[in-house]
Design a protein around this ligand. Structure first.
Ligand code: NDP
Length: 517
């Protein structure tokens, strides 16, 4: 592929024919393209399965020396990487803008959040993972018990294009902080960002192989899954997640799966309607809707429905899609997504929905303009499937029970939002999602101590927070006998007297409890 090719970066050409890269190894370079203009941003290798295996081997060597540094040795090196990314954030934001099309300010926001997570992971790894004594219990009181969380070795990270810094760093930073090496396969749409992060890590940390990047298409990612890494952390679609799980089963490689969502906002009668509308508009439209925890549906109490709709429409009408410095949202990064967005809007309209702004003509060959839909049946695609575009459906509900029931009637369960003055935390707990923001939107993603991940088709496992550190470790349990046991249970010389004594002891310890009435 050359700078003059009319090939989009999902491998389809502008005349609609496919440009399948073919089996890995046959093509050795590919271009990442600016989705706003189609211009080439950079050229990258298509790494073959052999390349991936070599990267994993280098990472495995690095993992040994990295783990041997222990927390004290690793923390300052992670801080050096964090400082380098911070100092060069403008340069990275330019690259994110070029490869994804998102406004520079949005690119900077995701970098700032990623740096904050890197700081938290490096600063808290020791506290969360270090060896600690735990109670052995009365039966085993002659033992000392310790628990620690040891690195797994090499983590394969397969990342998406929508937040090419923030999202993969949720795995990369936490995996490194936990003492692992990483091999990262960025999306074919954002390979330059992946390489930039790894080069910065190499410069700041100076351990060759610690953070390897392999670039290419799905086959390169597939090769990483079967390269006998110690865990795969995947972010992307549910369909690809299933393929990855199936491939990983062969080598019993554990997987962490972060897929998309169909996140709902519920708005109660007592909510600050202006704040809720502002949050819904930003949550649905920012990053052109290409946010796994973006708001795609809103269920609004009938008492405030009209005011909410009016405010959302007024705000959304002001949101400009474009590539200039004043644009609020950029192009759709992945060309194939345009048809998904178009089809969800068309399906909603065909089934009785009304577009209050946007609609059938909102999607062209690079951009999707804001679309606010009402009266959309619950089983329409715009309410059931991830749209990943700047659309929002708004539905009127009689009360919050109906809102929660409808919000939960999804096979996804990633994030959610509640606006209510009196019942925020209660409603939040009833929503089937990994994270919920109350009276704000997507705020959980910016709090490094909170774990991030979903249920159902949104995946499983957690990045961020203490759970996110432990995700890239194995629990190591040690029981050390301090003195001979008064009752030795683990010997064939144990006699009936010991058994009777144990039974009596268990009766005293556990035999009493409340009786059922
Ligand atoms: P995919 O799930 O196809 O791709 C995600 C990542 O997996 C990319 O790095 C991709 O590489 C890689 N990959 C693809 N096929 C394989 C495979 N067989 N084995 C290993 N790795 C593989 O998502 P898309 O980018 O195509 O987006 C499709 C949809 O997924 C979106 O419309 C959106 O709904 C959802 N999505 C959700 C995200 C989230 O944040 N939860 C992020 C991105 C997408 P390559 O890019 O080179 O194909």
């Amino acid at each position: 592929m050359t700078a003059t090719d009319t090939t989009t970066n999902d491998g389809t050409t502008n005349d609609g024919t496919t440009n399948d890269p073919g089996p890995i190894g046959e093509r050795d370079r590919f271009d990442s393209l600016d989705p706003a203009s189609g211009e080439v941003v950079g050229t990258h290798p298509v790494h073959s399965a052999a390349d991936v295996a070599a990267a994993v081997a280098r990472a495995r060597t690095a993992a040994t020396s990295w783990a041997a540094l222990d927390f004290d040795g690793r923390a300052p090196l992670l801080r050096a990487w964090k400082a380098l990314v911070t100092h060069r954030a403008d340069e990275l934001a330019d690259l994110v803008h070029a490869e994804t099309g998102k406004p520079h300010g949005d690119a900077m926001l995701e970098i700032v959040l990623a740096v904050d997570h890197l700081a938290w992971a490096g600063g808290h790894a020791e506290k969360v993972l270090r060896r600690r004594r735990v109670s052995p219990g009365l039966l085993m009181a002659n033992h000392a018990a310790t628990l620690e969380y040891l690195p797994l070795g090499v983590i394969g990270v397969i990342g998406p294009w929508n937040y090419p810094v923030f999202t993969p760093m949720g795995s990369i930073a936490y995996a490194l902080a936990a003492g692992n090496a990483v091999v990262f396969k960025p999306s074919e749409h954002t390979p330059g960002v992946g390489e930039w992060l790894a080069e910065a890590a190499a410069e700041a940390i100076g351990i060759p192989g610690l953070f390897e990047v392999v670039t290419g298409f799905g086959a390169t990612g597939g090769a990483l899954v079967t390269a006998r890494v110690d865990k795969i952390a995947f972010t992307g679609s549910t369909a690809t997640a299933k393929k990855i799980m199936a491939a990983a089963a062969d080598t019993l490689t554990p997987v962490l799966i972060e897929c998309g969502g169909k996140d709902a906002m519920v708005v109660d009668a007592d909510a600050d309607v202006a704040a809720a509308a502002d949050a819904a508009t930003w949550g649905a439209l920012s990053n052109a809707g290409q946010t796994c925890v973006g708001v795609e549906r809103a269920y609004v109490h009938t008492d405030v429905y009209d005011a909410f709709v009016e405010k959302v429409v007024a705000q959304a009408s002001e949101v400009d899609a474009g590539s200039g410095p004043d644009a609020d949202i950029g192009p759709i990064t992945m060309p194939g997504q345009l048809e998904v967005i178009r089809s969800h809007i068309a399906d909603a309209l065909a089934r009785g929905g009304r577009a209050l702004i946007g609609g059938a003509d909102a999607v062209d060959d690079r951009y999707a303009r804001p679309t606010v839909l009402v009266d959309v049946p619950e089983d329409a695609l715009a309410n059931t499937d991830e749209t990943f575009g700047p659309t929002l459906t708004i539905a009127r509900v009689r009360d919050m029970d109906e809102a929660v029931t409808k919000a939960n009637a999804s096979r996804y369960g990633l994030g959610a939002t509640v606006f209510s003055k009196a019942r925020g935390p209660e409603l939040a707990r009833r929503l089937r999602s990994g994270m919920t923001a109350v009276n704000s939107v997507i705020s959980f993603a910016g709090i490094p101590s909170l774990p991030f991940g979903g249920v159902g088709d949104s995946g499983f496992g957690r990045i961020h927070g203490a759970d996110g550190l432990r995700e890239f470790t194995r629990a190591k349990a040690v029981a050390r006998q301090r003195m001979p046991a008064p009752l030795n249970l683990t010997t064939f010389s144990r006699g009936p007297r010991t058994d009777r004594a144990v039974k009596a002891l268990v009766g005293i310890l556990h035999g009493r409890g409340p009786k059922r009435a």
